[in-house]
Write a protein that binds this ligand. Structure first.
Ligand code: GRG
Length: 293
């Protein structure tokens, strides 16, 4: 298993503490509050928050500010998992090794927990009063594009439609880039905007994030086919069960692994111009392709 840099290892518990505080502050009526805490505080790799913090290292941005942006992003991610597990979507009973939100509570509560996390995320961004209004607005726009119909929600629609038809590799790449890639990209670009990165750096980071976003999804497809329910903490073999085309089913495991390695090489070469300040991003790229859950 790839290890994270010492900075990321140390930052992880700080993120957990800040995230827990922000979630407790929501103080929603019971059992909504319990469903929110249940779905957010029991596991999860925190990949997107770590990407935000790692990108911040390039600009020496204040960590407290990055944490708040990372919290908003993880709220959106948690919402997407709760809704994705619902009977009308993937109909899954296991997430992060425990019953999914609608199984533990009920469907209405799970829908509302997702809604609450999505809306709270944007409220959270409005509260970053140390930032100029224009930057806050920019962040809100970036995340709404990544999460909404131009990004994750649009990708989820295409993914559902793809269950009924046969798709090719190009369609697959489009679905992945919208469904999971856009939020991963936004996790990096949010820190770049706050760090006042110039256009050239934004372009390099966009290239890097698109490569690791796709790599993340290719590894997800490989793990679905080769991992176990125990190691994944979610039902293994789900894609095949649903007759879904994935990188692993379309290309086979061997070729999918080769694609993954090529994506990693290409992602790392995008960062060539950066010195050791980009080591946290490099370690996350390695983590994505070596992860086992
Ligand atoms: C329901 C609007 C809506 C969108 C759902 C992102 C998504 C779209 C669904 C998630 C379903 C899924 C399993 C997608 C595959 C890639 C993915 C996002 C995996 C889960 O992300 P991780 O591995 O999860 O970062 P943890 O648990 O580590 O936070």
């Amino acid at each position: 298993m790839t290890s994270l840099t010492p900075y990321l290892n140390d930052a992880l518990p700080r993120f957990e503490a800040s995230f827990e505080q922000a979630l407790k502050n929501i103080n929603a009526p019971s059992p909504l509050q319990e469903a929110i805490l249940y779905s957010t505080l029991q596991g999860g790799k925190r990949l997107r928050p770590l990407l935000t913090l790692a990108t911040g290292k390039l600009f020496s941005t204040d960590e407290a500010l990055l944490m708040q942006i990372a919290i908003a992003i993880e709220m959106i991610h948690a919402y997407s998992l709760i809704h994705d597990d619902l009977p009308a979507m993937d109909n899954d009973t296991l997430r992060r090794g425990q019953p999914t939100c609608h199984i533990q509570f009920d469907e209405a509560t799970a829908i509302l927990a997702g809604d609450a996390l999505l809306t709270e995320s944007f409220y959270h961004l409005t509260q970053l009063t140390s930032l100029p209004d224009s930057t806050r607005l920019h962040l809100i726009q970036l995340l709404s594009h990544a999460a909404g119909p131009r990004g994750m929600v649009g990708g989820q629609m295409l993914d559902i439609l793809a269950e009924e038809t046969s798709i090719d590799a190009e369609d697959l790449a489009t679905i992945h880039s919208l469904k999971t890639g856009k939020l991963i990209e936004a996790s990096i670009l949010a820190a770049a905007f706050v760090g006042e990165a110039n256009e050239e750096v934004i372009e390099v980071l966009t290239q890097f994030s698109q490569k690791i976003g796709l790599a993340f999804q290719v590894q997800d497809d490989i793990l679905d086919l080769s991992g176990t329910t125990d190691s994944l903490g979610k039902t293994a073999g789900k894609d095949q069960q649903q007759g879904k085309t994935t990188y692993a089913t379309f290309y086979g495991l061997e070729k999918a692994n080769k694609i993954l390695e090529a994506l990693l090489r290409s992602a790392l070469s995008s960062l060539e111009a950066f010195n050791e300040q980009a080591d946290c991003l490099r370690s996350l790229a390695l983590y994505i392709i070596n992860r086992s859950s």
